[in-house]
Design a protein around this ligand. Structure first.
Ligand code: 1GP
Length: 229
């Protein structure tokens, strides 16, 4: 499948470590979202990732894997997104894990299916911040600088502003997005219904909805239409 992340406005992120019923998964996959991203911070294994992929594959929606653990790299996704956490305190999340993965799988990697995401994690209370030891005390200027680094220095196709678990500062997101010419700004965190989806879509190029799928599916599904208005 030909994947064009430059056209995505809305993505659902599903966590292989969380339960989702067949009927809920069907509604997510048939929602009109641009893609389903599989990813999580903890408890992601090869087995639960394969299981979720095979269930999503009953539908036509593009399905991409955001790799968080190199033991859970599963073939068969349409694309692979590799986070590079620009504000990680632990250098393992900047390039260490990537080095180990490429050392092991380098010869068989299909680079045209792989894209890096320059991440900035801003919710200090999130597991992503804890695991990566992210330096979350950042001002808008800091995030703008990271956006420039992501696009101008590293030429990453994606700059991901991650507030996982809380709704973030949309002015900051807007300022970061305004720096970007080609790199796509993904925003994720606390989008629990159409109102926040609308606000986030006005600030970011692409919005990511995760937790709401598990907390209130009806409202999560309403976020798709909110990005298309
Ligand atoms: C998490 O950015 C995503 O990686 C989505 O965040 O779970 O808060 O929607 P939420």
């Amino acid at each position: 499948m030909n994947i064009d992340i430059g056209r995505w406005k809305h993505v659902f992120k599903l966590d292989p470590d969380r339960d989702i019923s067949d009927s809920a998964l069907e509604r997510v996959c048939m929602s009109g979202t641009d893609a389903v991203m599989v990813g999580g911070t903890t408890g992601v294994t090869f087995d639960n990732t394969v299981d979720l992929l095979s269930r999503i594959r009953r539908f036509e929606v593009p399905c991409v894997l955001e790799i968080s653990d190199h033991d859970a790299i599963v073939p068969g996704f349409d694309m692979y997104l590799i986070p590079v956490v620009l504000n990680a305190g632990n250098p393992d999340f900047v390039v260490g894990q990537h080095h180990r993965a490429v050392k092991e799988y380098g010869p068989m990697m299909q680079w045209d299916q792989i894209a890096a995401e320059g991440y900035v994690i801003l919710n200090s209370g999130s597991s992503a911040a804890r695991v990566t030891e992210a330096r979350t005390e950042l001002q808008a200027d800091d995030v703008v600088a990271y956006a420039r680094i992501a696009e101008k220095l590293f030429r990453f196709p994606v700059f991901y502003v991650e507030y996982s678990g809380m709704f973030g500062d949309m002015d900051l997101v807007k300022r970061a997005a305004a720096q970007l010419e080609r790199t796509r700004l993904f925003y994720g965190g606390g989008i629990d219904g159409p109102d926040k989806a609308r606000l986030a879509s006005e600030a970011a190029h692409t919005i990511i909805v995760g937790n709401a799928v598990y907390e209130n599916l009806d409202r999560a599904l309403e976020t798709v239409r909110a990005t298309q208005e």
